[in-house]
Ligand binder design. Structure first.
Ligand SMILES: [Zn+2]
Length: 367
């Protein structure tokens, strides 16, 4: 069965302005440049999907803007109203924390990003496609009910899950976030829900500060339905695969979801300027295969990936196309021999420290 793909030119128009990475550039000390969350990595990913010919094998899914009703399932009316109001400013605004800028009418693109995730999940659930990748922008997994943060305006993945559950209240969903940062927004939105198991594999103590320790496990009826795997800085392919097979897959098997959603960041890559991990494109391919296999086992292969972070303009496209190749079964080899050498670096190997974290997660959740 086919693989779905969401992309819209407007995702490349989301305007994060001039910046020197995260810092505001100025005319005397720090030369203005691009914000880390510039269009580059995502637009070049979409371009490579075309240039490799992969796009001819994918089912294009058209996104529609998320409605107020869609957004308000996960966010407060005050948050939505503030983004709407700031979007009317000629120079746009910020989603809440001072590092999540958007341009004039930025809300229109943020609605389209959430709508892209909704459309991709719908297509998977109604059987139009086997699996789907929503290449959306701005990202969503840090956005909390009451505020945006970390470049995110609305919680795209959570909004898609809530939309699907509004149509089918019995739907059981796993979100398995492999962005290098903690998926704190998705977790917060479903923290008291036993029907959505949120899992986040992320770099320990990166962003948000003090977020995503193993001890965050859900609350109330949702206690036990939030799983965090805070891996040590430097973790590469084998460490990620160990965490997936030893902690994540057993948790998914036990939960037995109807569909799996992956907030997909490529900022755990070895070339990312914001992460300190060492995953290669081959590693992402292997992780995709593990997730496809467990999806095949527990939920007829229903799997939706929605794009989050990833800030290497040259390597994100390679990781992304490699993942899409695995998802679709279309053989596309875009890894340059120069990059293949990174698969065999010492940081690709599993360490005792990584093994210990995974053992601790297993013990905390009785896996
Ligand atoms: Zn990230």
């Amino acid at each position: 069965m086919a693989t779905g793909y969401v992309w819209h030119e407007l995702y490349g128009w989301h305007d994060t302005g001039t910046n020197a990475g995260l810092l505001p550039g100025d005319s005397t000390m720090l030369q203005p440049y691009l914000h880390f969350e510039s269009p580059e990595s995502k637009v070049r990913f979409a371009s490579l999907v075309e240039v490799t010919g992969l796009s001819r094998h994918l089912i294009r899914i058209q996104p529609s803007p998320a409605t107020d009703e869609d957004i308000l399932r996960c966010h407060t009316p005050e948050h939505l109203a503030r983004i709407e109001a700031e979007s009317d400013h000629p120079r746009g605004g910020d989603a809440g924390d001072g590092t999540s800028p958007f341009g004039h009418r930025g809300i229109d693109i943020a609605r389209l990003a959430a709508g892209g995730s909704i459309a991709a999940l719908n297509a998977v659930l109604d059987g139009t496609v086997q699996n789907a990748y929503a290449l959306v922008r701005p990202p969503g997994h840090h956005a909390r009910p009451e505020t945006g943060m970390g470049f995110c305006i609305f919680a795209n993945a959570a909004i898609a899950v809530a939309h699907a559950r509004a149509k089918n209240p019995d739907l059981r969903v796993v979100t398995m976030d492999w962005d290098v940062h903690h998926g704190n927004g998705t977790q917060a939105i479903f923290y008291d829900s036993p029907d959505v198991l949120t899992i986040s594999m992320h770099q320990d103590s990166l962003f948000p500060p003090n977020s995503g320790p193993i001890s965050e496990m859900g609350e109330g009826a949702g206690l036990g339905y939030a799983i965090n795997v805070p891996l040590p800085a430097g973790t590469g392919n084998d460490g990620y695969l160990h965490a997936l097979t030893e902690a994540v897959v057993p948790a998914i098997r036990r939960f037995a979801p109807d569909v799996i959603v992956i907030p997909s960041g490529f900022d755990a890559s070895c070339f990312d300027p914001l992460g300190r991990m060492a995953v290669t494109a081959s590693g992402y391919r292997a992780m995709t295969r593990v997730m496809m296999d467990v999806a095949a086992e527990v939920c007829d292969g229903r799997l939706m990936l929605t794009h989050e972070g990833g800030y290497s303009p040259t390597y994100v496209p390679i990781c992304g196309v490699t993942v899409l190749s695995e998802m679709s079964g279309v053989p596309v080899e875009v890894i340059h021999p120069l990059y293949e050498g990174f698969d065999d670096k010492p940081e690709s190997r599993l360490t005792d420290a990584q093994r210990a974290v995974v053992a601790e997660v297993r013990a905390a959740h009785s896996l």
